[in-house]
Design a protein around this ligand. Sequence first.
Ligand code: TXA
Ligand code: MG
Length: 371
Amino acid sequence: MMNNQTENNSQKPQADPANSLFNCWDVRHSEHIEQQLSEAGQILANGGIVAFPTETVYGLGADARNTHAVASVFTAKGRPSDNPLIVHISHMDQLNGLVSEVRELEQTLIEHFWPGPLTLVMPVRADTVSPLVTAGLHTVAVRMPDHPVALALISASRCPLAAPSANRSGRPSPTTASHVIEDLSAVIDGVVDGGSAGIGVESTVIQVQADNTIMILRPGGVTEEQLSSFAPVTRDPALNHDSATALVPRSPGMKYTHYAPQGSMTIVIGSPDEVVNQYIEQEIRQAQARGEKTGVLVFDENPLHLADTLRLSLGSRDALAEAANRLYAALRTFDREGITFIMSQGCEQQGVGVAVMNRLSKAAGGQIIHL
Ligand code: TXA
Ligand code: MG
C-alpha cells in the first residue's frame, strides 16, 4: 500500500478507507477497554484476524486451531507456508492443551520468564493446533506475552492465538499500530492500538535439547546471559550471520531476509570510530554521485554528520535496549523518506545487542564490512 504518512501524524492510526470492515480499537486512554477487547475477541473467536500489541512487537492474531483463520494470516502477510507461527497464551492451563510434554528445565524457564519475551519450541500435542501453525513440524512454538492488552485479548477470544509479527513478510516488524496499518489495514479485520510495543525486537526463540542444554534459535528480548543461569546455552550455528555458512537454521523464519528496508543497506564494524566514519563518508559520497538518496544509522557516541543524508540514531551504545526499541521504526522511516542507500554502524554483541546485530544484519541481507 502507498504510504504518505509523515513522522508527525504517524502516531495517529487512521481507518483504512479501502476496507470499510477494518476496525481500530484505541485502548490507550479508553474507558471502554473491556467492551473493545470483547468485540475484538469475538472477531477472533469467529475466525477473523486482528493485530494487537505485545511487549516485543505487534502480532497478527488468529485462532490457532482454525485452519481457515490461520491461512488468512499467511495470505495477509504474504508469508511463506514453510515458516511456522508462535502460539500465544494467557493462562498456564492452555499450555497442556498444546504440547505433549513439558520437561523440568522447560517448566523452570516458563516459571521464570513468563509472561515475557521467551518462546519455547516443544513437542506438539496431536490434533490440537492447525497444521499450518507448525508448518508440518512435530513441534510448536509457544509464549505468554507480558502485555496487559495482549493477555486480556487472548482471554477475551478464548483461543490460543497464533500470531506472527503484524508486518507484510519481508518488511520491518511493527512497533506501533500505525506500522500495522501501513502494511495490512486493507487485508485484516482490525488492530488493537495499545501504543508503542516496549522492547522493539521479537521474543527469543529457544529449544531445550535432549542433553538439557538450551539452544537459541532466534536471539531476542531475553538474553543469553539471562538464560545461562539455568543451563548451558548454545546458539544455532546457522545464526552466524557474518560467516558465509550454508547451514539450514532450525527456526525456519531465520532463513529469510527479514526486517529489510527497501534501500540497500551495509553495516560497518571496526575501530577506531574515525576509520568507520571515513569509510562510511566515502561510500555515501560515491552513492550520492550515482544519484542515490542516502541515510546513516548511528550511535550517539559516534555521531556522523553528512550533508544531504538522513541521519537516524539508535541511541547510546551503553543502552542497547534503546537501540532495540528504535530499530524497526528507523528502518521504516528510511523507507518513508525514499532512502535508497543506507550505511549503519554496529554494536557489541552482548545482552540485547545480540538481537540488535542479528536484526541489523538481516536488514542488510548479511552485508557487513569489517575494517
Ligand atoms: O515477539 C515475538 O515473538 C512476536 C510477537 C508478535 O509475539 N512474534 C513473532 O512471530 O516474531 P514471527 O512469526 O514473526 O516469528 C516466529 C519465529 C520464526 O522465526 C519461526 O520460524 C519460529 O518462530 N518458529 C515458530 N515455530 C517454530 C517451530 N516449531 N520450530 C522452530 N522455529 C519455530
Ligand atoms: Mg516476523
